[in-house]
Design a protein around this ligand. Structure first.
Ligand SMILES: Nc1ncnc2c1ncn2[C@@H]1O[C@H](COP(=O)(O)OP(=O)(O)OP(=O)(O)O)[C@@H](O)[C@H]1O
Ligand SMILES: [Mg+2]
Length: 405
């Protein structure tokens, strides 16, 4: 940056140096330089009390005040109310102790607008080593500041959009979870129907025996044990269902076969009631570290969809194939049905939120959206669908150990 002192020095050098230029040319050159300085550099001088004694033309242009309006006025005529007082206190302290102060300042223009400067303020010291005033040379950085503010605002807006989006996804997941809970109730009904019927039949037999005075202790004990086992089964079912909706999202180590079997515990009877066979082809020893409960919800969603499709198409020999294998550090879980597949015209949309062809049956269209979110965002994997020659084939790809991703 060109400083007053530099120009003074240039001037003195030009005047005293003896070179080939005639004196007139040198004076013109200096005049041109000073003129350029005056025009482009925002500069000012004050006395020791901060009263303006000089301003450049660039100062006038930036502030909107004329030289006449400025000379004799305190320099704080251009102070903007946004600038904290402490900044100026610090500046005064520095320059009064004969040091140079630099910083960015927002100034006020005559018409109430503002401009930003990057300024260097230093004391003017005379030959007797007294401070006789202060001088400042500045660069107008209003555009740079505007750009900075703009990018800050943009950054903020992007951040807010991300937060909004995350909230929306969380809300949708919640909605989908509620819908799934509703479905669970109908699955519990399937699970419970048969054992409840058995308990009722056993207790009927026992009452009859009592009525007929046909009481045999051993037989009685056997039946009571059966009721006990059935009750245990009912209570286990409740646990299985509750586990699905545990809120805590934790990484667990689990065998893929166990994961799939625990899903089948929940949905198996509901599928059987629709005459759907389930065939499992899984390596025994694939052990996975992931968000197991969330993964179970995904598998359950896909199984539920397969069940719906098979029922809708009234497929003969309705079957769901569940298979899994490991390839290097990835685990693949495949769920295929023989309901004819997802129609080509909708296959690109089925993972979209609220896309459903089951509106009449209260399908929310969130099952697959939620499943994809869980697999992609939480489990760091992929969820895809293809149509095979028999039906839809959903492929879940997962890292063997999510903690190593
Ligand atoms: N196995 C499948 N075979 C054929 N179409 C399927 C299959 N699975 C899903 N679809 C299609 O994908 C759509 C979206 O499925 P998704 O699970 O997201 O929503 P939904 O089942 O309609 O409603 P819900 O929110 O209750 O799950 C379904 O409506 C259906 O048209
Ligand atoms: Mg669904």
């Amino acid at each position: 940056m060109l400083r007053l002192s530099d120009i003074k020095q240039m001037r003195s050098e030009n005047i005293t140096q003896s070179d080939d230029y005639p004196l007139m040319d040198k004076t013109d050159e200096i005049k041109r330089l000073l003129d350029t300085f005056d025009k482009y550099i925002i500069a000012s001088k004050t006395n020791v009390n901060g009263i303006i004694t000089y301003v450049s033309r660039a100062f006038e242009d930036a502030s909107g005040y004329s030289r006449e309006e400025l000379i004799g006025k305190p320099h704080n005529i251009v102070r903007h109310q946004d600038m904290p007082k402490e900044i100026f206190d610090g500046m005064w302290k520095t320059i009064q102790s004969r040091n140079t102060w630099s910083g960015e300042i927002k100034n006020r223009t005559k018409d109430g607008n503002f401009y930003w400067i990057k300024t260097t303020v230093s004391p003017d010291i005379d030959s007797k080593n007294n401070i006789v005033g202060y001088k400042e040379v500045c660069e107008n950085i209003t555009s740079a500041k505007a750009y900075e503010e703009l990018s800050k605002t943009l950054e903020n807006r992007v951040l807010q959009e991300i937060i909004k989006n995350n909230e929306k996804t969380a809300y949708m997941l919640h909605q989908s979870r509620l819908a799934q809970m509703g479905e669970m109730i109908s699955m519990i009904a399937h699970q419970w129907r048969q054992p409840l019927a058995s308990i009722s039949a056993i207790s009927g037999t026992l009452s009859l025996d009592v009525m007929m005075h046909n009481y045999k202790e051993e037989f009685f004990q056997e039946r009571l044990n059966a009721i006990g086992e059935l009750s245990q089964y009912l209570s286990q079912t409740i646990n299985d269902f509750r586990n699905f909706f545990k809120k805590d999202k934790i990484v667990e180590k689990a065998n893929v076969k166990d994961i799939i079997e625990s899903c089948l515990h929940v949905i198996d009877l509901s599928l059987k009631s629709k005459n759907i066979d389930v065939i499992i082809i899984i390596d025994e020893d694939i052990v996975l570290e992931s968000y197991v409960n969330e993964l179970k919800q995904v598998i359950l969603n896909i199984l539920k969809n397969a069940g719906d499709a098979l029922l809708e198409k009234s497929t003969q020999k309705a079957t769901i194939w569940l298979s899994s294998y490991q390839k290097e550090s990835k685990v693949y879980i495949l769920i295929e049905d023989n309901a004819g597949g997802v129609p080509d015209e909708i296959i690109d949309k089925i993972f979209d939120p609220y896309f459903s062809t089951k509106e009449a049956k209260d399908g929310a269209g969130l099952g697959l959206y939620m499943s994809k979110t869980i697999i992609k965002e939480h489990c760091k994997g992929k969820l895809e669908v293809h149509n095979s020659e028999r039906g839809a084939k959903f492929i879940i790809e997962l890292p063997l150990n999510i903690l190593e991703c």
